[in-house]
Design a protein around this ligand. Sequence first.
Ligand SMILES: Cc1cc2nc3c(=O)[nH]c(=O)nc-3n(C[C@H](O)[C@H](O)[C@H](O)COP(=O)(O)OP(=O)(O)OC[C@H]3O[C@@H](n4cnc5c(N)ncnc54)[C@H](O)[C@@H]3O)c2cc1C
Length: 489
Amino acid sequence: MSDCKRKAIVVGSGIAGISAAIRLANKGFLVEVYESNSYPGGKLTVLQLGSYRFDAGPSLFTMPEYVNELFRISGRDPKDYFEYHTCKTACHYFFEDGTFLPFSSDKMMLLDQVGKTLNVDTRPLEKRFEKSAFIYEKTHYTFLESSLHQWKNYFRKEILKTIVAIPGLDIFTTMHKANESSLNHPKLVQIFDRYATYNGSDPYQAPGILNIIPHLEHGIGTYFPKHGMHSITTSLVRLAEELGVQFHYNSKVDEIVEDGRNVKGVKVNETFIPAEVVICNSDVKPAYNFLLKNVKAKKKTLQQEPSSSAMIFYWGIKKKFDQLDLHNIFFSSDYQTEFRHIFKNQTVCDDPTVYIHISSKYVAEDAPDSGENWFVMVNVPSNKGQDWELMRHEIRSKILSKLSRMIGEDIEALIDEEDYLDPIRIEKRTSSFAGALYGASSNDRMAAFFRHPNFSKVEGLYFVGGSVHPGGGIPLCLLSAKIATDLIN
Ligand SMILES: Cc1cc2nc3c(=O)[nH]c(=O)nc-3n(C[C@H](O)[C@H](O)[C@H](O)COP(=O)(O)OP(=O)(O)OC[C@H]3O[C@@H](n4cnc5c(N)ncnc54)[C@H](O)[C@@H]3O)c2cc1C
């Protein structure tokens, strides 16, 4: 029976590759996934340091419905594989002047907290959320859920909805200007500007339409998997294997074999493996530079500015901190300088914003009873040949002095276990160009149109993942797999 099936190969087992494999298996393909690493998941992986478990990459989980959908289309109940909590609080925000703002997921509670803490009228904040919901409602189909690169999509009624709404989408202003002109407190502006970092962009350059992002967190909700972020990978791999998908680890694809018109298969360790369909989950730049011999991508696509990268310290901390939650932000007192350093100077400022993610707040077994697993991150530029060894030491001391000052405790003395991730390691472990977290940045208003489409000039060759349309981050990667596989009959 399986001999009659058409064969599909997926290059890479990032979250988009795994979900493309599941969708193709559901379409009746015989699917094989070839992965360079000895493990699946790409950036969505795990790290164990002594008795502390860390989700090594993504920590913020929005739009779980896109994960659930993969179980449903496979005739499974998602709850048998993957469960998650709804987070009561989106984030704890800390400012240098001592202001503490827990951003509740409950809108009424949040407005009350903000009104009391900042002593402001909260109607502008309410309106900002409404605006974010408006942008989502008018654009999500056009920009996120369908291909921007197929003419036929421009004749659908949803596009008309987007076009009519253009004057209200803030396309011609920046995120920061839109936030500054509508919110009535600089701390709220800073909190809303921060959403630009959710796809590795700069709020002082990125278009105001990116103010869609707060709606994902505060309109649709923020969630956390019961067994941590890595369980997204493990549960989907389990599903894929049940559907007959074969995973080959330690198997780097050296070439996607094509004749310029049709895809033929892939080459792994000098062996040619034929396939009718190849889905490339490798970053699009190395794919064109190293894997494809007869086709070129548009210059504009390959020249897009990379998104920001990250410097992360995984610290097993031998103490519990009640004032901290799952997601915590310790803001820089000069946000504009911070982004100028990242995107113009290609370095990190003296007072970077520090993000601490503590999964043990929700998953108790991730840390010993008396401790917490701190994932401590600052945004950094993509790799342009900076001295990362030196920068890592400098950033570590900046973080330690900022956290010790703002928390009022010698944090270094509490570090029980330690490891790190930097742009070099990210690139080495996932082939992401320059260690960028989200492919290209969205600083250019036309960025969405310049991203590589989910199909290619080569018949049978498709692209999925954070470096192609609709962009980086787990939900968009899952959508990229849906858009690509929907194009395959
Ligand atoms: C530190 C960090 C924090 C993040 N935080 C968040 C967050 O909070 N929320 C969120 O939604 N997103 C976040 N992201 C982004 C998110 O992780 C990514 O957008 C997403 O996981 C990318 O998935 P992908 O499918 O594009 O593949 P990747 O995860 O990039 O994996 C690609 C895979 O392909 C393999 N591969 C590449 N080339 C080949 C080849 N030639 N042969 C075989 N295999 C190959 C690689 O080894 C890798 O396993 C974060 C990312 C990082 C690194």
